[in-house]
Design a protein. Structure first.
Length: 429
């Protein structure tokens, strides 16, 4: 499989001819929103076995092999050349597919109204083959130890059909805000805590959850040790049922990082207690802040470098957004950017006839346009290149896999690239 970036004056026909495939295959693979109006800078996934490398000045068979993750002998053999052959700039070499490793993938799904839209369930069905875990968001802890249930509808059945472990996400939200006081009550009042655990077990058995996932955020620093103790107690309880237990962690870069989001999370303890963790490595660019990449690779790397120093790498799921944002400029504090899917972002670039830029530092695509009302906009989103950069980091650091926030916004390239890079682990029978 190949990632190709559209250049000036290219069409689907010329691209298909270059890679020995068909325009229809490219359209279907990318679910192209603009097949007749490609955008300069738009990335396309080319659905071929292996990929082509076009020789650049200074390339050797050995350097190409290192870059592509295969052996020099493989490159030489498949192209019927010698390992030491001098290459010509522009020469096309075929690169065989690299070996794949196993990895796990989680998808959160969040109903936000009084009923679940069919499109949200369809999104879960489409993603299911590529997921290890399906995580309806979220059961809310109550101050008396009971649980407020989310809408589940057909999600348990969808998980069973795709051999996904159904993940029971539990958080400390009240009125759509994380509550440190609710967290304190659950973590320090033993009578309420015991009731809470009893209700979790009963609910998990009722619906068939097999991973219990705690997303307790904005805890008071003083409750950090109490959270660790609670997790040990919960893990012992869930072990009796043969269930997994996982936690969500704020994206820290050091053990001593200050801030309300960070201080209640003890990476080392979570790594020792939990079966795995989800690190929420996104939202640098967020709806209420200025325009920038949502999950810039340089910032994600800093988080993951610290994470693997404190947690076994095979217990870490890297968090990844499936969306971008469209900001109205100039940014004004108190305004909210519009969430957009990668598909919608491409459509807007095509509609306004503006090229897509790619920021090498953050490894993220972006563009600017002028709306019909004359207002300036800036869009940052995800594409095949940005996701591949994260997959490369997963492989480099030997992470467990990736967790997506959240299903519901179309990004077909992502699922194709999972299959290209990994064998998806299925834990459910």
């Amino acid at each position: 499989m190949q990632i190709h970036v559209v250049r000036q004056n290219e069409s689907l026909t010329t691209i298909a001819r270059t890679f020995h495939t068909t325009t229809q295959d490219i359209v279907e693979a990318n679910d192209l929103p603009n097949p007749n109006n490609l955008v300069v800078g738009q990335s396309l996934v080319i659905p071929i076995v292996g990929r082509f490398h076009f020789v650049q000045s200074g390339d050797t068979v050995q350097s190409i092999a290192r870059k592509e993750g295969v052996s020099a002998q493989q490159v030489a053999s498949v192209n019927q050349i010698s390992v030491n052959q001098t290459l010509q700039t522009g020469q096309r070499l075929y690169i065989p597919a690299a070996p794949k490793r196993n990895a796990e993938f989680n998808g959160y799904v969040e109903p936000r109204s009084t009923s679940i839209l069919p499109s949200l369930e369809n999104s879960a069905r489409e993603a299911g083959p590529y997921l290890t875990y399906l995580a309806p968001f979220a059961f809310q802890a109550q101050r008396d130890g009971t649980l407020k249930e989310p809408l589940l509808n057909n999600f348990p059945a969808i998980a069973r059909a795709n051999r996904n472990v159904l993940m029971m996400v539990i958080n400390n939200q009240e009125n759509d805000q994380f509550s440190d006081e609710l967290g304190r009550i659950i973590l320090t009042n033993m009578a309420i805590q015991n009731t809470f655990l009893n209700n979790i077990v009963a609910t998990a058995k009722k619906y068939g959850f097999r991973d219990i996932h705690f997303d307790f955020e904005y805890l008071r620093p003083v409750d950090r040790d109490a959270y660790n103790q609670f997790l040990r107690k919960a893990k012992a309880r869930f072990n009796q049922e043969g269930w997994l237990m996982s936690t969500a962690l704020a994206p820290k870069t050091s053990a001593t990082q200050k801030g309300k989001w960070y201080e209640g999370h003890d990476y080392k303890a979570h790594g020792e207690i939990s079966d795995f963790v989800v690190i929420m490595s996104y939202e640098w660019g967020y709806s209420g802040g200025p325009a920038m990449a949502v999950s810039p690779i340089d910032q994600v790397r800093k988080v993951m470098d610290y994470a693997v120093s404190a947690i076994p790498s095979n217990k870490i799921l890297m968090g990844q957004n499936l969306y971008g944002y469209d900001w109205t400029l100039p940014f004004v504090q108190g305004t909210v950017a519009e969430a957009v899917s990668p598909q919608e972002a491409i459509q807007r670039a095509a509609q306004h006839n503006v090229p897509i830029q790619y920021d090498e530092k953050s490894q993220a695509p972006h563009f600017n346009y002028t709306a019909a009302d004359g207002k300036q906009h800036e869009v940052w989103f995800e594409d095949a290149r940005s996701i591949q950069a994260k997959f490369n980091l997963i492989k480099e650091l030997n992470l467990r896999g990736m967790s997506y926030w959240k299903l519901g916004l179309a990004f077909p390239q992502n699922w194709l690239l999972i299959v290209e890079n990994f064998n998806v682990t299925k834990r459910a029978t």
